[in-house]
Design a protein around this ligand. Structure first.
Ligand code: 5GP
Ligand code: ZN
Length: 123
């Protein structure tokens, strides 16, 4: 897709700070982080929004979702439950869709935002 910033990042035509890559997905730090940890999980295939996804994208969306806790742990915002049942850490996952959803880049992406209640008052 021409002039799509995330297609260009996936194709290494413009730089990013990647934290993960496989045949289908790339993940990189958000250029304007909303919290101490903020990265994006992005399919290499151009899909404009979550609303453009169909059954054929179910496996891809599942893969994106399952990658979030794994990368969150690696990036320092994993979720833990200790033997006493005390929960700590964690992160927010977010798809913005369309203007009212706050979407700015029209190439599907999942935000993963971590830190102590990083979403308070934002996004
Ligand atoms: P949206 O509002 O579309 O859900 O989120 C787009 C996100 O992409 C924003 O949080 C924005 O900071 C991030 N972003 C936009 N352009 C770039 C870029 O060139 N590089 C990186 N790493 N992030 C970007
Ligand atoms: Zn794209």
């Amino acid at each position: 897709m021409e002039n799509c910033i995330f297609c260009k990042i996936a194709a290494k035509q413009i730089p990013s700070t990647p934290i993960y890559e496989d045949d289908d997905l790339i993940a990189f730090h958000d250029i304007n982080p909303a919290a101490p940890i903020h990265f994006l999980i992005v399919p290499k295939q151009h899909i404009a929004t979550l609303a453009d996804c169909g059954e054929q994208h179910a496996a891809l969306l599942g893969k994106m979702t399952l990658l979030a806790p794994r990368l969150a742990k690696e990036q320092g915002c994993g979720f833990q439950l200790d033997e006493q049942g005390h929960a700590s850490g964690g992160f927010k996952t977010l798809f913005n869709t369309g203007p009212d959803g706050g979407q700015e880049v029209y190439h599907l992406h999942m935000h993963v935002i971590g830190g102590p209640k990083p979403w308070r008052g934002q996004r």
